[in-house]
Design a protein around this ligand. Structure first.
Ligand SMILES: C[S@@+](CC[C@H](N)C(=O)[O-])C[C@H]1O[C@@H](n2cnc3c(N)ncnc32)[C@H](O)[C@@H]1O
Length: 381
């Protein structure tokens, strides 16, 4: 498995979360996060939480909006069930954004334990690094939040920057350019006034977590990585942390949308989405059903799997005279979803006809939408 060669930024390889401005513009100008949370919400109706808690894992929280919306849905469905919410995020900035989404969750659902780590996909659900040396070095913060209001919690969470500075430094893999943690780190948050009732579900250092009711794997990898990489390094290890009856929801882009039409106006042979869900399901079936544990897969039919989201734009903004900011937002969303590397992008930005290409596609479709696909892995025994 070889990842594409990383490009250089200053003195380090390009890291996927370097293009923050594209990511932040994308998440604020499109409805993807709300639509993904809705898709994940459909699975909440199919899980049967068992005492002592409903356990969920978010494989790459990003800005934390999908998780926050899913927690809102969970509170609505299971108002009195304790929640153990474990999330992984390697990017310090994204971890900071995700933390900012939590104060209202603690206020509305006091019986909540949130655990955030920068561990790798195969380590993070268990809160246990694979390497003995990393287990030794692991930093663990247990932070009981005082007070009762979202404001109280927001203040304390805002003061966690030292912990992020200490725990969420990254270095780049010399092999792939991918970000690696400098120190494996775990941050545990819960309300102090509920510490007694939550005592038995607050994770302890050195004790591996297991048996998740729900695993969210929404856009957890770079689209151009191989099916083997996605299955062996990310999806199969995550599925093995499911409890019996547990469900893992996988969401990825399809590129069967006007977004890719814009991209192909500029890069006609561009094809970033080489591992459609059926390819991943086949490889996962093979990887998972080797041992006694049995898994089933739900996602064959397009009806149940495909869903679309769109770029926010008022009708008059996409009329005959599309404003430059709308065009730039549309172009940015198309480039972000297709994960075009910066060096190729800079080349095109010099010529400027990419905005004309964007305008043509928006006019053709009366707006801009994108298509994601999803499938579910269920652990049966
Ligand atoms: C596009 S964001 C998706 C975030 C969130 N799941 C959502 O749907 O909004 C990609 C996520 O995958 C993680 N990710 C992608 N590639 C990664 C890599 N090579 N190593 C570690 N994390 C990676 C990022 O940290 C980020 O959390």
């Amino acid at each position: 498995m070889t990842d594409p060669l990383p490009i250089k930024i200053d003195d380090h390889p390009f890291r996927f979360f370097d293009n923050r401005e594209k990511y932040l513009l994308f998440v604020t100008t499109t409805s993807e996060k709300a639509v993904i949370a809705e898709r994940v919400g459909r699975e909440l109706g199919r899980i049967n939480p068992r005492p002592p808690a409903l356990k969920i894992f978010d494989a790459g929280m990003g800005n934390g909006v999908v998780l926050r919306r899913v927690l809102q849905d969970m509170h609505c469905r299971f108002p009195t069930v304790p929640f153990v919410v474990v999330g992984k995020e390697i990017s310090m900035e994204d971890t900071r954004l995700s933390l900012d989404e939590l104060p209202d969750r603690f206020a509305e659902h006091p019986q909540t334990v949130v655990v955030i780590s920068n561990l790798y996909y195969a380590e993070a659900p268990g809160l246990m690094p694979n390497q003995a040396a990393a287990q030794e070095n692991m930093q663990w913060w247990d932070v009981p939040l005082t007070g009762k209001t979202a404001h109280d919690f927001s203040k304390q969470i805002g003061e966690l920057d030292d912990i992020l500075q200490q725990g969420w430094q990254t270095k780049s893999s010399t092999k792939t350019g991918n970000p690696l943690y400098v120190t494996p780190s775990v941050l545990v948050l819960y309300r102090e006034d509920h510490a007694f009732s939550l005592h038995d579900i607050i994770p302890q250092r050195g004790k591996s977590m297991q048996d998740y009711d729900l695993v969210i794997a929404a856009q957890p990898y770079r689209s151009r990585t191989s099916a083997d990489f996605k299955v062996d390094k990310i999806l199969a290890p995550l599925a093995r942390f499911l409890g019996v009856g547990g469900r893992m929801v996988v969401v990825q882009s399809t590129g069967l949308d006007p977004g890719m039409e814009i991209i192909r106006q500029v890069w006609p042979n561009e094809d970033p989405f080489l591992t459609p869900r059926h390819t991943l399901i086949t490889a996962l079936k093979e990887a998972l059903n080797k041992d006694t544990t049995s898994y089933t897969f739900d996602g064959a039919s397009d009806d149940r799997s495909l869903f679309t989201y769109h770029m926010h734009a008022l009708p008059e903004e996409i009329g005959s005279n599309i404003g430059t900011s709308t065009l730039l937002a549309a172009w940015n969303a198309a480039v972000y979803v297709a994960q075009i590397e910066d060096d190729r992008l800079n080349e095109v930005l010099r010529h400027g006809d990419y905005l004309e290409a964007t305008k043509r596609v928006i006019h053709r479709h009366g707006g801009l939408w994108f298509q994601d696909e999803s499938f579910v892995v269920v652990r049966n025994t």
